[in-house]
Structure formats: structure tokens, C-alpha cells
Design a protein. Structure first.
Length: 145
């Protein structure tokens, strides 16, 4: 009986310590996440695509969104209807402790590119935000080359 009690307490402490050390993934804000606002997207954008700067193409679809190779630089290609400030917030999925990128760039009407850089192996989601409203999600994963 005592062994079972000590085992249960020890196991509970171990789980508690693990939860504290990993914690929830970082977020882009309390109101950012979930389903993108398509009406807001349509107000400001004609198109928006996540692409490899090396190939100019979107990565193949996988279980966690588009797939890219480690070291490959990525960008969001944007066709803007009118001037708009675009925030890209990149969250690691599954245990990252900080945002990978959180940057805002103002685009004029026309075609532009939001350079994101390259990423370590893992799974991520890009939250594209306008006026504190989520307008697009880009889930993607990075694998070994």
C-alpha cells in the first residue's frame, strides 16, 4: 500500500515537472488563432502564397501542411489591393518555447514578398494578421534535406 502511494505521488510530481518545463506553445496574442477571417482577407488581398525562395513554388502538401527542406528560405508572396500593414507571426508546434518570427511590414498596392528566412527541423504555423485579425494560416513542416 505504501509503495503504491509513493509511486502515485512520485509519478504525479514527475508529470507536474514535465508540464512546467514544456508548457504551452507561445502564441501570437490572446485573440489570434483558429479560423481566419476570409472577409478581411478579401478586403485587402487578391492572393497570398507560402513559397520557397529557391524554387519560387509552394512545397508539397504533407500531414502538417506544406513541406520544405531544412535551410530552404521561405517567403509569403502577396498581391495587395490597397496599402496594408501585414504581421507574420510564426509559432512552433509541439514544444517550442518562443515565437520563431513576429514582424510587421507595410505593403503598397500590388505584388510583394514577405521574406521569412529558413527554419530548423520541425512543424510550424504562420499566422498572417491585419489590424489584429487573423486573415490566413499557413501550417508547414521542415525536414532534413
Amino acid at each position: 500500500m505504501k509503495k503504491a502511494l509513493f509511486f502515485t505521488i512520485g509519478f504525479g510530481l514527475l508529470i507536474s515537472m514535465a508540464a512546467c518545463s514544456f508548457g504551452p506553445p507561445p502564441d501570437c496574442g490572446d485573440t489570434i488563432g483558429g479560423v481566419a477571417d476570409t472577409a478581411k482577407f478579401d478586403q485587402f488581398f487578391n492572393t497570398m502564397n507560402l513559397v520557397s525562395l529557391t524554387t519560387g513554388n509552394s512545397g508539397p502538401e504533407g500531414d502538417s501542411g506544406q513541406q520544405y527542406s531544412q535551410g530552404e528560405s521561405l517567403a509569403i508572396n502577396i498581391d495587395v489591393k490597397s496599402e496594408v500593414a501585414v504581421r507574420a507571426c510564426i509559432q512552433p508546434m509541439g514544444g517550442g518555447s518562443s515565437l520563431t518570427l513576429d514582424e510587421t511590414i507595410t505593403f503598397s498596392q500590388g505584388v510583394g514578398s514577405f521574406d521569412l528566412g529558413s527554419f530548423s527541423k520541425g512543424t510550424y504555423v504562420i499566422r498572417v494578421i491585419v489590424d489584429n485579425t487573423l486573415v490566413k494560416n499557413f501550417p508547414f513542416s521542415v525536414n532534413n534535406p
